[in-house]
Design a protein around this ligand. Sequence first.
Ligand code: SAM
Length: 199
Amino acid sequence: MVESYSVIKSMKEYADKENVPIMSEDGINYLVKYISKNNVQKVLEIGTAIGYSAILMALTNENIEVTTIERDEKRYLEAVKNVKKVGLEKRINLIYNDASDVVLNEKYDLIFIDAAKAQNIRFFEKFEKNLNHDGTIITDNLNFHGLVSKKEEEIASKNLKALIRKIKNYIVFLKSNKNYDTDFLDIGDGLAVSKKKNK
Ligand code: SAM
């Protein structure tokens, strides 16, 4: 097993070189603190990329188990390598598939949605049945590099406009969802922390 710090450093370099979007430092620091503070033990992540956030979450403490889903083969294989390097194969379960086609029966304390931003509502609705009664769903990139707060006419590309509209719809969806209390945090690229209400 290679020392975790050097693996994480080389993952960041790889992500930078290969244009793989990984969580910002502020974002991952928040996530890791959230896990420690709230005694999270089981995490489901939608969007592994090369395993950066999954590994950092699992390193928070030795009881944490992470299940993470990635549809891109190259990234998935890179994640498999990285997880092996840090010796976390027993605690990180890597699934190579489109999250839309994955059916899970287990329950998780935390679901972290960090996949295709246009599909946030779909993944929230699909996987909330896997959330423990007092669990939390955290979603990344709610600011989408500052574009969500811009006026539509300021965004040139049609595709980007459509994507920003979907992120805005997701924000409305979270705000109006009576089963969760959602905090919107200006951390990293914008995090939504949706705590399930205990009824
Ligand atoms: N959570 C990772 C981290 O911080 O290290 C970064 C994830 S990256 C922002 C999003 C990833 O989600 C991409 O690698 C992409 O291929 C994957 N993805 C997008 N849509 C997906 C889907 N429908 N099912 C599975 N993976 C998906």
